[in-house]
Design a protein around this ligand. Structure first.
Ligand SMILES: NC(=O)c1ccc[n+]([C@@H]2O[C@H](COP(=O)([O-])OP(=O)(O)OC[C@H]3O[C@@H](n4cnc5c(N)ncnc54)[C@H](O)[C@@H]3O)[C@@H](O)[C@H]2O)c1
Length: 397
């Protein structure tokens, strides 16, 4: 007996990641899984089918999932994929349920047990399954590289026979996983780094990575370690302090996010116009609309003398490393529920209970309790989505 695992080829535009990499296949076998993949699933990151040992490749994705006990993917799958799954099978991928009412309804109809990777709780025991963190860390690193290539100057101090060049000043706004990685990377590259966040506990973290912390006196700690939205008065208090730091920076990296809400705007048009000529902003929050008033998600824009770089789905740009870490995150989650070649879900396990979105035709209790974009909201949408035709709002594979 074995557990039949199926891995989809991603089909969303610009998605290069894959949910299984060769280094994980042997571990899956040890767990008691037999792996199947859609042909060409790793092509975008140069992992040809032949690079995978002990994996059965299939071309038809519906056939692939029809016999699977577990389906692995990065992005939310297409409705037709879910429809082709066995009743009661397991799906593991990013879902972002509040954007996917039709998909959630399909998961309920097919009685799929869905583990949504963005729901893995941010607790110490779950760090090895935390795909948001693994992907954000890569994005934070990459933001500095991207910023450096758009600057017409170097990051470190350099002394030459012709004279010395001072270090660039980098300001990182939003010190979650991506922001702290950006701080560490910019510091390693020799820049003078400042960090800013509305959660005061980030001060110590920024200092330990070599940055100065910009204090605004506003504390916006919210639920579950995340930030809350600022009031209008708090926003203007923050802006008054930040303007000076924005004007001194050569490179600004913004990463601020509030779960279930559009990205907070941290840099106004007026603040951009006051920046140094040749300054660069790398906005890592473009997927949520961006942290800068002038951000154009998915584009690199020139605003006066400032360049604003706003790539979408940054982890996908580092598809090889992002897939390696994501596949390990999913393997670790699967390992929590597989024993002796069978799947046994311990619903008392906090990680499994909180990550699950749907089970046995119902939204999970944990899901209904959690967050501003709670599954309670989704249930309302899902109910109405049942009667709608047409594609899911975000698309799928
Ligand atoms: N296993 C663990 O213990 C673990 C792992 C990863 C993350 N975490 C925690 O989870 C939380 C979220 O991390 P994340 O990387 O997903 O963050 P995120 O992507 O939700 O947000 C990025 C950062 O933006 C900040 N932010 C929000 N609004 C802002 C504003 N108006 N101005 C400035 N900054 C603003 C947030 O405070 C956060 O630090 C953090 O508390 C982090 O320490 C814990």
């Amino acid at each position: 007996m074995y557990v039949n695992v199926a891995v989809l080829k991603e089909t969303q535009p610009h998605e290069r990641r894959v949910a299984l990499v060769p280094s994980v296949t042997a571990r899956l076998i040890k767990l008691g899984a037999k792996s199947h993949m859609q042909s060409g699933a790793g092509d975008a990151i140069h992992l040809v089918d032949a690079a995978f040992a002990n994996v059965v490749f299939m071309t038809d994705r519906k056939e692939l999932v029809s016999d699977a006990d577990v389906v692995l993917a990065v992005q939310p799958p297409a409705l037709e994929v879910v429809s082709a799954m066995k009743d009661g099978a397991i799906l593991m991928s990013f879902i972002y349920a509040h954007k996917q009412p039709a998909l959630v309804q399909h998961l309920l109809d097919r009685k799929i047990t869905c583990f949504a990777m963005e729901r893995v709780p941010r607790i110490t025991r779950a760090q090895e399954m935390d795909a948001l963190s693994s992907q954000s860390a890569l994005a934070g690193y990459y933001a500095v590289q991207l910023g450096a290539t758009h600057l017409a100057r170097i990051l470190p101090k350099m002394t030459t026979a012709a004279g010395a060049i001072g270090p660039a000043r980098v300001l990182v706004m939003g010190l979650g996983v991506a922001g702290l990685e950006a701080v560490a990377t910019a510091h390693r590259l020799g820049a003078v780094v400042e960090g800013y966040d509305v959660r005061p506990e980030t001060q110590e973290q920024a200092l330990s990575l070599g940055a100065k912390f910009v204090e605004t006196g506003v504390d916006a700690r919210g639920n579950g370690g995340y930030a809350r939205e600022l009031s209008a008065a708090e926003k203007s208090k923050v802006a008054a302090v930040l303007t000076e730091h924005i004007q001194q920076a050569d490179l600004i990296i913004t990463t601020a996010a509030i779960p279930g809400r559009p990205s907070p705007k941290l840099i106004s048009r007026a603040q951009v116009s006051g920046m140094k000529a040749g300054g660069v902003i790398v906005d890592l929050s473009a997927d949520g609309g961006g942290n800068c008033e002038d951000t154009r998600p998915g584009e690199t824009a020139r605003v006066g003398q400032v360049t604003i770089v706003a790539p979408l789905n940054v982890p996908s740009l580092l598809g090889a490393d992002a897939s390696e870490l994501y596949a390990k995150n999913q393997y670790n989650l699967l390992a929590l529920m597989m024993k002796d070649n069978v799947i046994e879900i311990d619903w008392e396990d906090e990680v499994l209970a909180k990550t699950a979105l749907t089970h046995a035709g119902a939204l999970t209790d944990e899901g209904a309790k959690r967050g501003p974009a709670s599954i309670g909201d989704v249930a309302k949408h899902a109910g109405s989505a049942k009667h709608e035709s047409g594609p899911s709002p975000v698309g799928g594979q």
